[in-house]
Design a protein around this ligand. Structure first.
Ligand code: EZ4
Ligand code: CO
Length: 402
């Protein structure tokens, strides 16, 4: 079954998405997400200029061989651009294999290990009172695991929190914005935030918190320790992970569970973290970490060391990635939890999909393949619109040191 066409579709139904569509000689097609927030066109070019010419004429059924060919054949390995591009091909080929077999992808991955995929929601507020309201709102929607982020007194703008009443969206249009950051203000504030949330909602709810890599290891250890009374489900990305051994320091000081990996793109980014059991949840995603094939290898390594998966699922990962993630989550034994940040109605219309949400759980559906499509005519009506993630400086203007 030869690949006869592959093309990249860039669209911006409110935010930018890059999608690869691979078509076989039988007319079957598969989709893969290739969106790298703030660097979208680099992946689009990597695919169009360097990968598509290699795909034409290849056997669409040879998923593993194609993965190895693109990874090892390029000579230049790893990195977010390369691995997002390979992920798009891999995801599209799994979609095709499912359609040809007339089975949902999760059945090809070993079948369902659970009835449905537990997901967590976001509750964001400009201050603690707003965060409390946001938690109540997500509870009403049926979520039983909620990530809580709040604006910090003394810091004008906080990443992860919406502004002007708009829903939170990681990327900002109109140039790169700069935020200021105070570690002291944050470390003083964050235990008070969770003290209030627990006093309002009790102990039964699972609470998560994302540090977005803004602490050094010793500061992260202090945060984890200070948060212990509020027994978080996890503390996410406490410090950058280029130095995987840095997590030893955090581990020595706190029993707050640690989740990490949304910026990782290969198993080598988390090898030591997993093998030394320095983390509890690995958050690598289908789109940024080499596709379903590579994520399965990461999960298999994690399973040996009692590390569970907790895939990233923010709005900058397209519905194609969400569908792929849900098939992966449903099948993999050591699944932990899946992030769920619903897309806008505009995005959902461009990407019609079979996956559903109900009472804190999601399911990928029973359609053959991934169960997600793209309306190309509608996608064409939303041209690319550059947007960037904000940059942080310390209070005196120094670029941050994490
Ligand atoms: O910062 O998706 O856990 N979720 C997050 C996200 C990420 C963005 C980066 O593109 O941290 O909001
Ligand atoms: Co995060």
């Amino acid at each position: 079954m030869r690949i006869v066409d592959a093309r990249v579709i860039v669209t911006c139904p409110g935010r930018n998405f890059v999608t690869l569509k691979v078509v076989t000689e039988d007319g079957v097609y598969g989709l893969g997400d290739a969106t790298l927030n703030g660097r979208e066109l680099a992946v689009a070019s990597y695919l169009t200029d360097h990968i598509v010419p290699l795909l034409i004429g290849r056997d669409a059924r040879a998923i593993e061989d194609t993965w190895q060919y693109l990874y090892k054949g390029a000579y230049w390995r790893r990195g977010p651009v390369t691995m997002s591009a390979i992920a798009a091909v891999d995801t599209a080929l799994w979609d095709i294999k499912g359609k040809v077999a007339n089975l949902p992808v999760y059945q090809l991955l070993g079948g369902a290990s659970r009835e449905a995929v537990r997901v967590y929601a976001h509750a964001n507020g400009l201050d603690v009172d707003q965060a409390v309201k946001a938690v109540a709102h997500q509870l009403d929607l049926g979520y039983t695991a909620i990530r809580v982020q709040s604006g910090i007194p003394g810091i004008r703008s906080t990443y992860g929190v919406g502004r002007d009443g708009r829903p939170y969206e990681p990327a900002e249009k109109g140039g790169v914005s700069e935020h200021r950051w105070s570690t002291e203000a944050y470390l003083t504030f964050v235990p008070r935030l969770f003290e209030r949330i627990r006093s309002e909602f009790g102990d039964d709810l699972d609470l998560l918190h994302d540090v977005h890599h803004r602490l050094t290891p010793i500061e992260a250890a202090r945060a984890g320790k200070a948060l212990e009374p509020y027994h978080l489900f996890w503390m996410e990305d406490p410090t950058p992970a280029e130095q995987q051994s840095a997590f030893r320091l955090i581990r020595q000081h706190t029993v707050t569970p640690i989740a990490v990996g949304e910026v990782f793109n290969s198993i080598f980014d988390c090898q030591q973290l997993i093998q030394e059991q320095l983390i509890d949840y690995i958050r690598t995603t289908v789109v940024h970490a080499g596709g379903i094939s590579h994520l399965r290898k990461i999960a298999a390594l994690a399973e040996l060391h009692q590390v569970r998966t907790g895939s990233h699922g923010a709005t900058d990962l397209s519905p194609v990635c969400m569908a792929a993630a849900l098939h992966f989550d449903l099948s993999v034994h050591n699944f932990g939890i899946q992030e769920h940040m619903p897309h806008t109605a505009e995005t959902d219309t461009v990407f019609p999909h079979e996956y559903t949400y109900q009472s804190g759980f999601m399911h990928p559906g029973e359609s053959p393949g991934l169960g997600v499509d793209i309306d190309e005519a509608l996608a064409a009506q939303y041209p690319y619109d550059p947007a960037y993630l904000p940059v942080n400086r310390r209070m005196d203007g120094t670029m941050h040191d994490w």
